[in-house]
Each structure stands twice: as structure tokens, then as C-alpha cells.
Design a protein around this ligand. Structure first.
Ligand SMILES: NC(=O)C1=CN([C@@H]2O[C@H](COP(=O)(O)OP(=O)(O)OC[C@H]3O[C@@H](n4cnc5c(N)ncnc54)[C@H](OP(=O)(O)O)[C@@H]3O)[C@@H](O)[C@H]2O)C=CC1
Ligand SMILES: O=C(O)C(=O)[C@@H](O)[C@H](O)[C@H](O)CO
Length: 332
């Protein structure tokens, strides 16, 4: 879709965004957008980026050395996401391209969803809904769909950053939960007090959590942070919630553990190789599955896309982006 032609710099939007975002970019640039609901292949993306100085991406488009080599005029890549594991930062830095993401604007919305998924998983919401829809409610027993307690239980958080802390506040202040967390580095005392959270090592986190929430970025270091060995350390009554990224959990090992009732249940918003989902996860009953929607409210998705657009405008018109990942890169 071409919005204007002329001599103004060209921007490409790799996935369909709201008209308001296109209009804002259109005040400064010639804008083109992939207005399908499909991800472009790397070749298609490279082709659409020819002659363009900036691109808005989502977590689905990979920006790597091959793409950058094919698009030498590119100056900025603006992710509509806080996670940026789709960016090869070494290649982006080497190409002298600025990269931006969308922190903060999605923190509270994503934390709300993390809690929603925790509640749905602990209290077996989708399993019981399927039962009702299937007309099976003529059966009843005292322990039917008896789930795990949320209030007063122990919430373990792996990845206690912006979103992890927002989840901790909900758990501690709203549900009277005992919050423990693990990061590579410890929070300062004031933040720990505000979140009512106690720092523990990973082994204690796995051993003590009734509900284990993953909110850490994906990296080679965090790949399969939770696999068979870690699940074996968890309580059999525990639930595991992954709103972080596919690949942080070994999905095959998790599906096996759920089938064997090694842990009680899991709630997953993100998957290894998504949008594909491990087939075994689709057949175990004790898992709640959602298609990567933790930040999906209209207001938050608008704020994310607007922040990505504003990053492009600020960098290309004033030389300084709002939320740069590599601020050492400067415009020529
Ligand atoms: N499902 C969805 O739709 C969404 C998913 N996300 C995901 O959530 C992630 C977190 O976002 P946000 O809270 O804003 O990010 P932050 O950078 O604020 O927090 C990340 C936290 O993870 C910790 N961490 C990083 N690496 C490790 C590791 N290897 N082991 C343990 N802890 C680690 C960091 O602490 P330290 O460096 O001290 O280890 C930090 O506290 C994003 O990267 C994204 O992947 C975000 C939004 C929506
Ligand atoms: O911000 C992130 O890291 C996310 O995972 C989500 O908010 C995005 O919706 C998704 O990546 C699409 O860009």
C-alpha cells in the first residue's frame, strides 16, 4: 500500500498497524505497509525495504546481517515490542543502524494478562468451560475442577524486571501472596520492599513456588531455562506460566511433564517456533494456551505502535530516538 510518493524518505511498516500510526508517520515520510495479516518472508521484506531508511517490525520479522546487507540504506529498525530477540544486535550495531523497542507502555497490560493466565491455569478455567460446552454438567463431584489456591500461595517470578515487578505488586498487594524472585542481579532494597518480594537462587525458586511466572527476555543464555531437570525440582502441585518468549521453556519436556502430572498445570502465551505449537501441548488437558496476546488491548497496542513510529520520527528528524537499544549509534 503506497500512501504518498515523492522525494521524502521512505518508511516501511512490516505488519498492519492502526491508521493513526500510518498517518503520523505520513506527516514526515513516504510510508508503505504490508497490509496483509501474514508475515513477509526475509526475501519479501528485503525487497519491500529497497530504498527505505526505516522499518517498523514486530517480533515476527528477523533483522539480521543478511537483511541489513540487502538493505544498505536502512538507518533505523523500530520494533513494536519490548522484547527484541528478533534483532541480531551485533549485526545491527556493525551496520550502524539504530534499533528501538517499546518498553513501559505495555508493562501494566502485560502484567494484567500474566495474572489472568495464572488465575485461569490455577483455577482450570478453560478445562471447565470445555466440559460445560460439551454438555457434561450432569456429572458433578465435590472435587470437580478443584484447582490450586492463588491467594496466600507462593508466587515465584523468574525475570523480575518491569513486568515481573508489576506482577509481583499484583500478587503481594492484591492476593496476599508470598513473592519470591530470581534475576541474575538483585533489585535494590526499596524496590524489593515495594514489591514485597524476596530474592532467592533459582533452585529455591523452583522448589518453593506454587505458581512460577516467567518474564525474562529470550537469549542464548535463557534458552530452555525451564526443561525436564528444572520441572523435576518443582512441586507436583505447582503451575508454570510462560508469558516471556518461546524457547525459554522446553515445550516438549513440558508437555511430557504435564501428561505425567509431574506438575499440575501450565499457562502458555508463547511457544517455541510459534505460531506453530508443539502437538503434544494441544492434546494435554491441564494447559491453558493463548496466541501471544499478553499486550493485546487496543490502547496498549496503539501506544506500542505509536512509540515505534515516534522513535522513527525523533531519530530521523532530530537525531535522537525516545527508547533506543543502541544509543551509541548516531545519524551521519
Ligand atoms: N507475551 C507477551 O506478549 C509479552 C512478552 N514480553 C516478554 O517479557 C520480557 C520482559 O519484559 P520487561 O519486563 O519489560 O523487561 P526487563 O528488561 O525490564 O526485565 C527483564 C528481567 O529479566 C531478568 N533476566 C534477564 N536475563 C535473565 C536470565 N538469564 N535469568 C534470569 N533473569 C534474567 C533481568 O534481570 P537481570 O539482568 O538482573 O538478570 C530483568 O530483571 C520481554 O523481553 C519479552 O520477551 C513482554 C511483553 C509482552
Ligand atoms: O512486547 C513484546 O515483547 C511482545 O511479545 C508483545 O507485546 C508483542 O505483541 C509481540 O512481540 C508483537 O510484536
Amino acid at each position: 500500500m503506497a500512501f504518498e510518493t515523492g522525494s521524502r524518505p521512505g518508511i516501511f511498516i512490516a505488519r498492519k498497524v492502526f491508521p493513526e500510526v500510518v498517518a503520523r508517520l505520513g506527516e514526515h515520510f513516504d510510508v508503505e505497509m504490508n497490509d496483509t495479516d501474514h508475515v513477509l518472508s526475509p526475501e519479501q521484506l528485503a525487497q519491500r525495504l529497497q530504498g527505505r531508511v526505516g522499518v517498523l517490525t514486530t517480533g515476527s520479522e528477523r533483522v539480521d546481517a543478511a537483511l541489513l546487507a540487502a538493505c544498505p540504506e536502512l538507518k533505523i529498525v523500530a520494533n513494536i515490542a519490548v522484547g527484541y530477540n528478533n534483532f541480531d544486535m551485533a549485526a545491527i550495531n556493525a551496520a550502524g543502524v539504530l534499533a528501538t523497542n517499546t518498553p513501559d507502555v505495555l508493562t501494566e497490560t502485560t502484567a494484567d494478562f500474566g495474572f489472568a493466565l495464572l488465575m485461569a491455569t490455577a483455577r482450570r478455567l478453560t478445562e471447565s468451560e470445555h466440559f460445560l460446552r460439551a454438555g457434561q454438567w450432569n456429572r458433578w463431584s465435590l472435587d470437580m475442577f478443584a484447582g490450586a489456591e492463588v491467594h496466600g500461595s507462593t508466587l515465584g517470578i523468574l525475570g523480575m524486571g518491569r513486568i515481573g515487578q508489576a506482577i509481583a505488586r499484583r500478587g503481594a498487594h492484591g492476593f496476599g501472596m508470598n513473592v519470591i524472585y530470581h534475576n541474575r542481579s538483585r533489585l535494590d532494597g526499596a524496590l524489593e520492599a515495594e514489591c514485597k518480594a524476596r530474592y532467592v537462587d533459582k533452585a529455591e525458586l523452583l522448589r518453593c513456588a506454587d505458581h512460577l511466572m516467567l518474564v525474562l527476555p529470550y537469549s542464548p543464555e535463557s534458552h530452555h531455562s525451564i526443561g525436564a531437570a528444572e520441572i523435576a525440582q518443582m512441586k507436583p502441585s505447582a503451575t508454570l506460566i510462560n508469558i516471556a518468549r518461546g524457547g525459554i521453556v522446553d515445550d516438549a519436556a513440558l508437555a511430557h511433564a504435564l501428561r505425567e502430572k509431574r506438575i499440575a498445570a501450565a499457562g502458555l502465551d508463547v511457544f517455541e517456533g510459534e505460531p506453530k505449537v508443539h502437538p503434544d501441548l494441544l492434546t494435554v488437558p491441564n494447559v491453558v494456551l493463548t496466541p501471544h496476546i499478553a499486550s493485546a488491548t487496543l490502547g496498549t497496542r496503539m501506544a506500542m505502535a505509536m512509540l515505534a513510529a515516534d522513535n522513527v520520527i525523533a531519530y530521523l528528524t532530530q537525531g535522537k530516538a525516545l527508547t533506543p537499544l543502541n544509543p551509541e549509534v548516531t545519524r551521519e
